[in-house]
Design a protein around this ligand. Structure first.
Ligand code: FAD
Length: 467
């Protein structure tokens, strides 16, 4: 009997971490499971396969107490996160890690927030390195476990429609090998990764220029799940205009060695980020993910640059996972270097006097402790602002890269999809970066995609198994 002839307890759409955890946990709880994955290859691309692999919640150890994690979520999002979801993720973060380890997923532990990194880590150098690395090994292990538990995986099947009108089962329409094929399940979990690679939805929510924004993702999340959920009556969360991503060398738009790493976070939070007229854009002290979002919202997202001095370049610039010093210039990224700020401005095509004045007033505010009165202000409670005084001076033209969108389908703590009255839509669940409600808001509030995706996957399976 083919998969299309059977009806399953649950059909999961998408084989990233959210979908694999949901499918694996449901099968472990005795449910019959079908997982549909649009990628046809054995090692189909997805963000979870390409991930850097660090589980965290806003750069806090995911094994911390639930009180501490809840506090981190509320602080990072300025209270934007749904309370029920925030509590669920804070409460189950440790349980997710334990469950993954019990499934045979290996992790390494480094200092600080990096206690749970998928092994072997993908931190080898600039550019993308995923094969045989943590995310790839995790997905293959979870898939093997699912199959051992009697689950079915159909690859090359892109879900495009849901019919919830039939009492006996939800019908999932897919496009597979140029044909339309339908599958049936008592419950459906949407885990398709949201829309980080969909130009139409990026244009609608983030920037009128999606072509000027780098796809810092696997290119597989094109918003099918969101469209199907909306057609079924689901409400969407706020944060549809916010994303997790980074500022990268502008040359990454055409040079694959410059993405997904090195990203320029340490330069962003230590120096200043300016537009094409030499004006600061926003408060760099809010963090690098925040500034990536700010640049995406510019009229021309390809007109921003970072300016900093030699102390930053040889200090924080040389000190991160794949540091921009030396990887940025070594991988072919533009690095303007000059003995004076005026000379730097000329090299960068900026008005010299404006840049000199900007740097002078920034340095003065730093010296006099008045950074908060700058326009835009500069906070220092999260990241230290560094002076721009020690020659040579540097400028890096940047682009912004989207990894995943923060807003999406509205779910509750059981990962049940909610309608506009906040009521669950029977038989419909969603997990991972297809969902919203946790990250985003005015503070952007980046928390970490892996932990959110794993916990919402786990909870979807447990909730539907309880029904
Ligand atoms: C380079 C990189 C580094 C990262 N580093 C980190 C990190 O260190 N820490 C961290 O927390 N996060 C990190 N992330 C983000 C993290 O990997 C993601 O948030 C997480 O993997 C998302 O999981 P997901 O299951 O929601 O989506 P995905 O992994 O994108 O999986 C979705 C799956 O659904 C499939 N699909 C899409 N549409 C359909 C359809 N219509 N029908 C069937 N299948 C469909 C896709 O092919 C895909 O396989 C990183 C991401 C990248 C790209």
């Amino acid at each position: 009997m083919s998969a299309a002839d059977k009806s399953y307890d649950v059909v999961v759409i998408g084989g990233g971490i959210a979908g694999m955890v949901a499918a694996g946990r449901a099968a472990q709880l005795g449910k019959s499971v079908l997982l549909l994955e649009r990628g046809a290859e054995e090692k189909y691309p997805c963000n979870s396969r390409w991930t850097g692999g660090t589980f965290h919640i806003h750069y806090t150890d995911p094994l911390s107490s639930s009180d501490k994690l809840l506090h981190e979520i509320e602080t990072a999002t300025d209270g934007f996160a749904r309370k029920d979801l925030a509590q669920a993720v804070a409460q189950d973060s440790t349980r997710l890690i334990q469950w993954l380890k019990a499934e045979g997923i290996k992790m390494i532990s480094l200092s600080g927030h990096q206690s749970c990194i998928l092994a072997p880590p993908s931190r080898t150098g600039p550019g993308l390195d995923w094969e045989g690395r943590g995310g790839d090994v995790m997905l293959r292990t979870l898939e093997a476990n699912l199959l051992k538990r009697g689950g079915t995986v159909v690859r090359g099947a892109r879900a495009t429609g849901l019919d919830l009108s039939k009492a006996e089962a939800v019908v999932i329409e897919t496009q597979r090998g140029g044909k339309t094929e339908c599958f049936r399940g008592a419950n459906v979990v949407i885990a398709d990764g949201g829309y980080p690679a969909d130009p139409e939805l990026i244009r609608a929510h983030i920037s009128p220029h999606p072509e000027k924004i780098l796809r810092r993702n696997a290119g597989t999340g094109t918003g099918d799940g969101l469209r199907m959920a909306v057609a079924a009556g689901a409400a969407l969360t706020g944060g549809l205009d916010c994303f997790y991503g980074h500022l990268l060398s502008r040359d990454a738009m055409h040079n694959n060695r410059l993405w997904p790493r090195p990203y320029l976070d340490n330069l962003v939070i230590s120096g200043i980020v300016i537009d094409g007229a030499g004006r600061r854009l926003a408060d760099e002290g809010n963090g690098a993910v925040y500034m990536a979002n700010i640049v995406a919202r510019m009229n021309d997202p390809l007109s921003a640059s970072i300016v900093f001095d030699h102390a930053t370049w040889s200090g924080p610039g040389a000190n991160s996972i794949i540091p921009s010093n030396p990887h940025l210039p070594n991988a072919g990224g533009t690095l303007h270097v000059a003995r004076t700020i005026a000379e730097l401005a000329v090299k960068m095509g900026l008005p010299p006097q404006e840049l000199e004045q900007l740097v002078a007033s920034y340095n003065q505010a730093l010296d006099t402790g008045t950074l908060a009165s700058l326009n835009p202000p500069r906070r220092t409670d999260r990241h230290k602002a560094l002076p721009i005084k020690t020659a040579p001076f540097y400028g890096v033209p940047v682009c912004t890269g989207i990894t995943h969108i923060m807003g999406g389908i509205t779910i509750n703590a059981d990962s049940a999809v909610l309608d506009k009255n906040d009521q669950p839509i029977a038989r419909l669940y969603a997990a991972g970066t297809a969902t919203g409600g946790l990250e985003g808001g005015p503070a952007i509030g980046y928390l970490g995609g892996l932990t959110k995706s794993g916990v919402t996957g786990l909870r979807a399976a447990e909730a539907l198994a309880r029904r």
